[in-house]
Design a protein around this ligand. Structure first.
Ligand SMILES: Nc1ncnc2c1ncn2[C@@H]1O[C@H](COP(=O)(O)OP(=O)(O)OP(=O)(O)O)[C@@H](O)[C@H]1O
Ligand SMILES: [Mg+2]
Length: 237
């Protein structure tokens, strides 16, 4: 099973979402082996992972793989080999303005493609111009992919109503792209939980003595758990 976070626009939370989804309790309870795969030559997660390993953090169920090639055959072989050893793969795809090689590949091989997107005219236009044409091409070749593409309303105001945001996206999204039944709010904790190679869960443990940070961490964990649950609900349907 392959889940990818894809968005041609940069800085929309893909890497943050991918690594925390891979470590979510929800996925951890369901799957014995989870592979976190980074296709981004930038290596955002790779750097974080090296720090994690140096500090000896435990990643028992989650393995990490970085594929930095720009050759389709190398992705294909890499992903097939990882898929043969893992029940689920969570992929982090780079934001790409040109070529969109990684985006095309991820959209084609994934069972579920999650597209983090803000409620902004800029993001909506960028999606329509850059990512939607790729989605349309893939569905044309493989019509069963019609249910694979889901927008995740992202960087939402923490006080915004989830049902309102979902309704908004359902109205504006084109055919064959749905809105996930979850949202990804803006929270400052997402900018610093990853210090010293920790994931959100380890960070929450480390700040449990500080009421304010603990509350933030717990809210972020709820976000991630809900996202993970909606993902498995779709895959298991
Ligand atoms: N929910 C959030 N609230 C606030 N800040 C966030 C949130 N999610 C991610 N960030 C921050 O936003 C920045 C971009 O996040 P991230 O690297 O995950 O995006 P990305 O889509 O992977 O970017 P790229 O396209 O460059 O790969 C980072 O500094 C991250 O800490
Ligand atoms: Mg990234």
């Amino acid at each position: 099973m392959i889940i990818s976070y894809v968005q041609t626009k940069g800085g929309t939370g893909k890497s943050t979402l991918a690594l925390n989804t891979a470590f979510s309790r929800h996925l951890g309870k369901r799957y014995k082996s989870i592979a976190l795969v980074e296709l981004d030559p930038q290596g955002t997660i790779r750097n974080w992972w090296s720090e994690r390993m140096e500090l000896g953090r435990n990643s028992s169920k989650v393995s990490f793989h970085h594929i930095s090639s720009t050759q389709k055959e190398v992705f294909q072989d890499g992903i097939s080999s990882i898929a043969s050893h893992n029940q689920v793969i969570v992929m982090d795809i780079p934001g790409e303005s040109t070529g969109k090689l990684h985006t095309r590949f991820a959209c084609a091989v994934s069972d579920l493609v999650i597209i983090p997107m803000r409620t902004s005219t800029n993001d909506e236009t960028a999606f329509a111009d850059n990512l939607y044409p790729i989605i349309k091409d893939i569905i044309k070749v493989e019509p069963k992919k019609k249910t694979a593409f889901h927008v995740l309303p992202s960087f939402t105001h923490p006080q915004s109503k989830k049902s309102y945001l979902i309704e908004y996206f359902q109205e504006i999204l084109p055919p064959n792209v749905s809105c996930l039944q979850a949202i990804y709010p803006t929270r400052s904790i997402y900018e610093n939980f990853n210090r010293e190679g920790s994931n959100l869960y380890e960070y929450a443990q480390a700040v449990k003595g500080n009421k304010r940070s603990a509350r933030q961490a717990s809210a972020a964990i709820d976000d991630i758990e809900e996202i993970a649950k909606t993902i498995t609900d779709i895959l298991e349907k």
